[in-house]
Design a protein around this ligand. Structure first.
Ligand code: PLP
Ligand code: COI
Length: 365
């Protein structure tokens, strides 16, 4: 049976003026709305006590399992405001399903899709005024789950907390749609065979931070990971999937069991097929990319994900100069820009939705 949410409204909600100041320049991940959704889980009672409560710190016991063994997963999706004032989100069933797969891998309980979607609907319902209007701003929704059992034995926790917080968001990369440079990591892998690479768990991101520091120090926006096979197969960026565009319009994206099954990537590939592009989802080597750029066979590349939307990749930089290629100052390519426009038009309700991917969260104003 679906969970019923109770609501405790915040008594210290931000004023309209404070909220307007945040929405004028939200940045990414810096500001949070007045409420959050919370659901508890225990082995005995399953999922229970679904609630909307004022946004604020949790009380976490120092012996909580998540603080020691990293038993944590999360999701990321956005709420978009349409011109008529209504608020919609993109394929939340896919995020729910991926969170269930992540939960399975991290030995956490699976939250049913209807309760996941309802938690978003409840939170966006009460904090609707925080959904930005105009431009490409949105309300970023961050569902997450932590093992909060107070126990230091190494086993799956028997007490878990699921929560959703919401954060008004502008572009992830401050320069917007300008091509970014990417730092190639040969030294560090993000994931390995049989590991947690396909799960959206905090540990994968922790593993990406050191090479990401290196990327930032070298003027790059993200780090590119290869697989651990020694064949230099492309995996993904620290927080985005990668897609290459061939001169004949074919889209190529790496297939690997250790990368995140990106909902933006999957959707773009389907939209590209609808637009007549061929699509190849297969093993891709770094050499194929580098040689393809040199020969003119690969003409564009982009990063894609919920936070980044579609961001053109200009150049690959690396410790070894022989690994570097591309042009950091090249303009964004036409296929990248056309796909980006098609995706954002769909998300903001400016285009038809032939696949039924949009879910309405609030009524028109
Ligand atoms: N890969 C990683 C490591 C990510 O963090 C993300 C972002 O969520 C993606 C890929 C893209 O996934 P999605 O398009 O579902 O947001
Ligand atoms: C997302 O796109 O939702 C992510 O989780 C990636 C991160 C770079 C914010």
């Amino acid at each position: 049976m679906a969970l019923q949410f109770t609501t405790t409204a915040s008594t210290s909600a931000k004023s309209e003026a404070e909220r307007a100041a945040v929405l004028a320049a939200p940045g990414f991940g810096k500001h949070f709305t007045d409420h959050m959704a919370v659901i508890d889980w225990t082995v005995e009672d399953g999922w229970h006590d679904a609630r909307i409560q004022p946004y604020g710190p949790f009380s976490v016991d120092p012996a909580s399992a998540v603080l020691h063994y990293g038993q944590e997963i999360f999701e990321g999706l956005k709420a978009y405001r349409r011109e008529d004032g209504s608020v919609w989100t993109f394929r939340p069933d896919q995020n729910a399903a991926r969170m269930q797969r992540s939960a399975q891998r991290l030995a956490l309980p699976q939250l049913p899709t209807e309760d996941f979607v309802e938690s978003l609907r409840q939170l966006v319902g009460i904090d609707e005024a925080w959904v930005p209007t105009g431009g490409e701003d949105s309300l970023y929704l961050r569902p997450f789950m932590i093992a909060n059992e107070v126990f230091l034995g190494v086993r799956a926790a028997q007490t878990v907390l699921y929560s959703v917080i919401a954060s008004p968001a502008g572009p992830y990369f401050p320069a917007g749609v300008k091509p970014v440079s990417i730092w190639l990591s040969r030294e560090y892998a993000r994931a390995g065979k049989g590991g947690t690479g396909a799960a959206k768990c905090g540990g994968n991101y922790a593993a990406s931070l050191l090479p990401t520091q290196e990327a930032f120090a070298n003027g790059c926006a993200q780090v590119l990971f290869l697989d651990e096979s020694g064949d230099a197969n492309l995996e993904e960026l620290g927080g985005m999937n990668v897609v290459l565009v061939k001169a004949d319009g074919t889209l190529v994206t790496p297939k690997s069991e250790s990368i995140l099954d990106g909902i933006t990537r999957n959707s773009l590939l389907e939209m590209a097929r609808d637009l007549g592009h061929a699509v190849e989802h297969r093993t891709v080597t770094l050499a194929e990319w580098r040689d393809g750029v040199a020969s003119g066979e690969i003409v564009e590349a982009f990063a894609c994900g919920t936070a980044a939307v579609i961001t053109p990749i200009g150049a690959i930089k690396a410790k070894d100069a022989a690994d570097a290629f591309g042009d950091a100052d090249a303009p964004a390519g036409p296929v990248t820009l056309a796909l980006r426009a098609a995706l954002t038009d769909l998300q903001y309700g400016r285009a038809d939705d032939p696949h039924g991917w949009m879910t309405q969260l609030t009524e028109a104003r």
